[in-house]
Design a protein around this ligand. Sequence first.
Ligand SMILES: Cc1cc2nc3c(=O)[nH]c(=O)nc-3n(C[C@H](O)[C@H](O)[C@H](O)COP(=O)(O)O)c2cc1C
Ligand SMILES: CC(C)CC(=O)C(=O)O
Length: 383
Amino acid sequence: MQATPILPVCIDDLEHIAKDILPSATWGYYTSGANHEQTLRDNRDAFKRYRLRPRMLRDVSKVTTTTTILGKKARSPLCVAPCAMHKLAHPDGEVATSKAVASHGSVMILSTYSTTALEKVIAAGNPETQYWFQLYVYKDRRVSEKLIRRAEAAGFSALVLTVDAPYLGRRLLDSRNKFSPPPHLRLENFIDSTTDFSSIDSLEKSGDETFGETFGNRGDASLSWEEGIAWLRSITALPIIVKGILTAEDTELAIKHGCSAIIVSNHGGRQLDGTLASIDALPEIVEAAGNRIEVYMDGGVRTGTDIIKALALGAQAVFVARPILYGLAYNGEDGARLTLRLLQDELELGMALAGCRTIDEIGSHLIHSLHKQACNNIPKPKL
Ligand SMILES: Cc1cc2nc3c(=O)[nH]c(=O)nc-3n(C[C@H](O)[C@H](O)[C@H](O)COP(=O)(O)O)c2cc1C
Ligand SMILES: CC(C)CC(=O)C(=O)O
């Protein structure tokens, strides 16, 4: 058995510590994937199949990670993905995460299933930081519309529509653990819902419903590109970002239907098991997007060099989910800050060692792929 590290110096250390701290059912919910967890594992393993081709003697005495994300300046391309229920990790929950992201200066996507009301989360931030609201569309569209109105009023600057979860994936560990969030927590975004969301608002399951059924029974699985995106466009002027895209075909449709950006994602291996790892899907999507739309990615990012590889393969920004939960579990806001700082430090050092002074200098020339298929899809060098 591996001893718990005293001072966490990388994300894997934080993961070990979080495992020791968190109740086993919470740990299971946070870390597990769907079915046999092939995609969960592959999200991380796939990064190792890309190796770096560093350039030398390029005056890396100054390195900056400043970039733009959805047209706005950001201090770093490292951002925070939407994650349900941060208060399972620490009582300060999403407010702690918000403050950490604000000090880091990039983007936080807040989950619909936040354990803190969306207004409180954005109020803990600063104007430099972008807050985007992640949306699930419900059969009762009034529930989704009300959330959108609140997000608009609170100052969220984009909607992130999660498209890979018409139903919740089968997470075997959650079934074995009979995972159910503790009753003292609230899904605060639903508290004043005037529609029939009372059972989910208190996080109590109605009758014998499993957590997945509670979710599945309320989500609108009939959502389509034509009707769903048109409906969203008809009720909001906020940019719409689709999260969960894995193919060139859907990239084309996202552009056709007026989406503003794409997040290449398989939901951290928690939905359809057996998909491509996000980093493997990225080149196809970047090529299909062809600079018409920004492409971001998430899934398996645990080191600064993972971020460099994703940027080199064409991502404009990179999102992390579980690493933030590990940081929160370790030490609340300071722990979430540590997560971001460790990854940011690794990113800056990695850039210097690879000969990149700016984000623009991170191009496909840095990538040596160990699988030939991906090599064919790698976008043209930026340099
Ligand atoms: C515990 C947990 C809860 C999540 N909740 C949401 C959610 O509410 N909405 C969503 O779109 N994605 C959700 N995700 C998926 C993440 O946004 C993201 O796609 C994925 O976890 C990224 O992979 P990583 O955890 O390896 O960084 C969740 C992921 C985890 C681990
Ligand atoms: C409450 C869940 C639907 C949140 C989620 O997307 C997940 O657990 O992956």
